[in-house]
Design a binder for this molecule. Sequence first.
Ligand code: NDP
Length: 345
Amino acid sequence: NKQVILKDYVSGFPKETDMYMTKSSIELQVPKGSNGVLLKNLYLSCDPYMRPRMTNIKGSYVESFKPGMPISGYGVAKVLDSENPEFKKGDLVWGMTGWEEYSLVTAPQLFKIQHTDVPLSYYTGILGKLFVCSNLCMPGMTAYAGFYEVCSPKQGECVFISAASGAVGQLVGQFAKLLGCYVVGSAGSKDKIDLLKNKFGFDEAFNYKEEPDLNEALKRYFPEGIDIYFENVGGKMLDAVLLNMKIHGRIAVCGMISQYNLDRPEGVHNLMYLVTKRVRMEGFLVRDYYHLYPKFLEMIIPHIKEGKIVYVEDMAEGLESAPATLIGLFSGRNVGKQVVAVAPE
Ligand code: NDP
């Protein structure tokens, strides 16, 4: 059983060598009466929240990984054997699993896959939900709750999204377009800008790495200001956005990926604009919106089937590619939702 192990707690920018591959033996049978299930992992999800889990920080909103143990995260898997009455051999499931070929899960945090007429890998991203008891997060629900519940959006408003081509950002932009908003996204490469404009239907998009002055760039796309900023990156982008918010604008703080690898977070200088422009800035965790999952599914499944929402995944091949793939999130190597395909379905 090939596994990806965290070597030790990480500080600064994570490296491929912070993880290593190993092989262990595993019984392909669940001990009788154990309540466990044996999984063959098919797809693993790579998410930014996994970076804080590589650090031994007390009081973080997510539990740290254990050095010397396989990385854990969301995945899609097939049940090979089960002593749990809720699952049987052959079931397709998604939920918490290990970064390994096979996982023996003794207290399953798993759901059976309901809709097999959409790609199974979508359950690592757009269709995933979270467990009421867990702190983990899924991009589809995050985009949905963050946009509709936190941003209080209205038709015709001007919306800006950072890390816009990623798992969460691409969906927020499409939700905003469906509502009839003017939508601009920022991302870090030409390919991503093309995707935003030509595949996801954003009105405009720009490469923040090529803009010498972010304030000027935002003024170009929002001459009258921004009503809604969906914040994924933090740092310099947030500072520039604060200068460009409209009065009574809203900022939904989903994440600040530019800060995750810094030992000391960057200072934000323009917070006073929250007062002068009466802007509401609200952080949120998708776990607080667990109850909306059925409503979300009701909306999103037909939208996916009718092609009204498109979802781009970046599929890496093989468990061996997982460490480099995870790290790639922090240099923007992923184009769309990052997934690792471990075994054929
Ligand atoms: P993405 O698929 O967007 O991948 C991360 C992207 O972030 C990269 O592709 C890169 O794109 C961008 N990025 C990386 N480093 C930097 C940097 N230093 N400065 C600017 N951009 C950077 O990830 P997700 O969609 O899964 O997550 C997006 C955000 O949402 C994250 O901040 C995450 O922590 C947060 N999140 C929050 C949740 C909540 O409950 N609040 C739940 C889920 C996610 P680019 O090429 O554009 O730089």
